[in-house]
Design a protein. Structure first.
Length: 422
């Protein structure tokens, strides 16, 4: 049941703690006001305080119990139960995931396949992904890249297991033998991985390699044909995550130094050289900085024109990436959700915040590294709290700002009118 009582469920007035009919109450005692209904927010599968706080700031009632969450207006899911919730999301509700987004973009191998298809069709427009192969399927093609001396390549490759995250299982290599061994092991375990040409000349900040965490909101609306038109927004802030060991081009001696080559926060936060942020205002120091600071840094070093150029490239990279799976998302949505009996009058019921990781090369060209459909909203520093609070507040405003506590009744009325109209 909804956490807030509706007007129809207000109990009779009581006097002095005894249950009495409303007419028996003293005439001098004011009748209790009916409790106003409010929007309910399902946070039973989200442990992020900043998310619940953003909902409460809007005057919504946050529901933490899964038993009471089924009829909430908004569902925010941050764990592996996403698929179980889609069949419960009625047309008057909202949920923070698109059916199919995980398999289409967040899995490294699927992302590689989708991008390869678009590169064949639109070669010039999709040059923001490093050359990529999928193991074990593409081993033969990868082997041909090694040339006449297949033992070792002049190119450096980075291998990333498809099913792991936070830097786990990643390694750099120039040896075909190691790639073959990895492919054989994956074939035995029925697993896969992506292999990418390593960017050996990245852009550096204070001599350190870094990546950018962009936050990209994907929403939608019904078009005239009843299909999906995507509505996308790139948050004007984000995170710059730096390595903690000064960068050197990979050699046999440095290739296994994860704090030099991997920008993952989960890897570098354990380094003795990690510099934690202590103030949201000081967003340009330490091992984690803000995207706004980075853009100011670019403008100071290379000029306003370069800053605008990079921002436009980042926007284009995000939009083009999501466009590769638009038909998939449309089909998945119509198949996963309960049928909409209002003909789409309640709006598109899902949205998603993607964490898009980008690396800049020495010429300041952005490259897509990977996509996270469950970006962390952990706030273990003042900078994290500031950025993720603003992000969550804006996401809820853009996607749920027009919701009301009466939407269920409105939907039922629209469905009834449509049914009676034949």
């Amino acid at each position: 049941q909804p956490a807030a009582a509706s007007e129809d469920s207000v109990q009779p007035a009581t006097a002095r703690g005894s249950a009495q009919p409303a007419a028996a109450a003293s005439a001098t005692e004011p009748r209790p006001k009916k409790k106003a209904a409010c929007i309910t927010f399902n946070a039973s599968h989200s442990d992020y305080e900043v998310v619940a706080a953003a909902a409460e700031a809007r005057g919504w009632k946050v529901v933490k119990s899964g038993d009471k969450a089924n009829h909430c207006n908004v569902h925010w899911i941050d764990d592996g139960t996403i698929g179980d919730w889609f069949k419960k999301v009625e047309p008057w509700m909202r949920v923070n995931h698109f059916p199919g987004m995980n398999n289409a973009l967040a899995r490294k191998t699927r992302l590689a396949r989708n991008m390869a298809r678009m590169q064949r069709l639109f070669t010039k427009a999709y040059q923001f992904l490093p050359p990529t192969w999928v193991l074990p399927d593409d081993l033969a093609d990868l082997e041909r890249r090694f040339g006449p001396d297949p033992a070792e390549s002049k190119m450096i490759y980075i291998v990333k297991p498809d099913h792991l995250c936070q830097g786990k299982g990643i390694f750099l290599t120039t040896e075909l033998r190691r790639l073959k061994n990895a492919a054989a092991e994956m074939r035995t375990k029925n697993e896969s991985a992506v292999v990418q040409r390593y960017i050996t000349r990245p852009m550096l900040i204070d001599g350190l390699k870094f990546d950018l965490r962009l936050y990209f909101l994907v929403a939608g609306k019904f078009n005239a044909e009843g299909g999906l038109d995507l509505r996308c927004f790139l948050f004007r802030d984000g995170l710059v995550r730096l390595c903690t060991t000064a960068y050197e081009a990979p050699t046999a001696e440095t290739m296994d130094n994860k704090c030099m080559h991997l920008t993952n926060y989960a890897v570098n936060k354990h380094s003795s050289e990690f510099q934690a942020n202590t103030s949201a205002e000081e967003d340009g120091t330490g091992s984690k900085r803000s995207l706004r600071w980075f853009l100011r840094y670019v403008e100071e070093m290379y000029g306003e024109k370069e800053r605008r150029k990079i921002w436009l490239k980042l926007m284009g990279l995000c939009v083009k990436t999501v466009l590769t799976v638009q038909p998939t998302l449309e089909g998945e949505c119509f198949g996963a959700f309960p049928r909409d009996l209002s003909g789409g009058q309640m709006g598109w019921r899902c949205f998603e915040v993607l964490g898009i990781d980008v690396m800049m090369d020495g010429k300041r060209k952005p490259y897509l590294i990977e996509i996270n459909h469950l970006p962390s909203f952990t706030t273990d520093s003042p900078l994290d709290e500031d950025i993720k609070r603003r992000l969550t507040e804006q996401v809820l405003e853009l996607t749920c700002g027009t919701l009301t506590a009466r939407d269920r009744k409105i939907y039922e009325q629209l469905a009834r009118e449509r049914r009676e109209a034949g």
